[in-house]
Design a protein around this ligand. Sequence first.
Ligand code: ATP
Length: 341
Amino acid sequence: MIEFRDVTKRFDDGTVAVDGLELVVEAGTITVFVGPSGCGKTTSLRMVNRMIDPTSGTVLVDGADVMGVDPPKLRRGIGYVIQQAGLFPHRTVLDNVATVPLLTGWTRRAARTRAAELLELVGLPAELGRRYPAQLSGGQQQRVGVARALAADPPVLLMDEPFSAVDPVVREGLQDELLRLQAELAKTIVFVTHDIDEAVRIGEKVAVMRVGGRLAQYAPPAELLAHPADDFVAGFVGRDRGYRSLSFVDSSGVEVGEAPTDGDGWRLVLDDDRRPRSWVAPDGAVVPGGSLYEVGAPVRGALDAALSSPSGLGVAVDGDGRLAGVVTARQVLDVIERRRG
Ligand SMILES: Nc1ncnc2c1ncn2[C@@H]1O[C@H](COP(=O)(O)OP(=O)(O)OP(=O)(O)O)[C@@H](O)[C@H]1O
């Protein structure tokens, strides 16, 4: 667990970067710090591993005041991932990941074995270990950065805009990967971003900060979207927050109907494994399908499936991608309305 108790940071030139921060990051959860540029996210993060020391107040990691712990010792228990990975350019990928185990006294052989395991854990093929960082894509470099931070198996992970240098598609993949890893490893993670979409996607709790280093709201994403504390938070979470909040409503109440697979109207074409392939229009034209959603997934996906389907029927699949049925946007909206009560 990480605690900020009335923490303030005033730099020598008088800038107050963080002002009276009170916040608890529960063990084994992902907390995201989000807010506009200059609001004190990075400063707050760096006070956890003592790259910056607070002017007043206390930061505790697992109950111990960080000011009472020697910085090198403190940092051994705290992984740190930054934008563009910060890899050593003249070391191979494998040696980059093996750096920390080597520093903590592992033999070269044991450190390399551990590094190879970690590359696999973050989804990188073993042969990339022999390359140099510049020979990897941006997304691959970020994965190496995560693997390196995990090398000493620290209970705490600090991530400062780790995925902001990659394009949106790669970024979503990295976010998914982080969530998968977290389900397995249950680290205490503080993640800084200025992207509210990223924050609500990966945060179990999200701290919205405003310039001047003040905490505007600290809440789970669904609550942040449904009940922003004030106009600043409402503005920051964005105009389509109502639509985005559908990511937190499960679609189990949406009953799927039978898909039309023959007849004169719109027809859904399936492959031999009953996986949806395309639609056939009443005039016989073959039309690519819309998005698919998995039964029970958030209603946002169900609504999108219906809205993006050429026939107006959203296609639901099971966990193996096989046809489960179809829904209309109206059905999905009815379920949302009923939930509202
Ligand atoms: N060493 C420093 N000396 C003086 N002011 C600083 C120093 N480091 C940061 N600041 C100021 O403190 C404020 C908070 O900076 P910080 O880097 O924590 O913001 P941030 O929310 O992470 O911003 P960004 O999203 O742009 O990275 C800013 O006004 C910044 O200019």
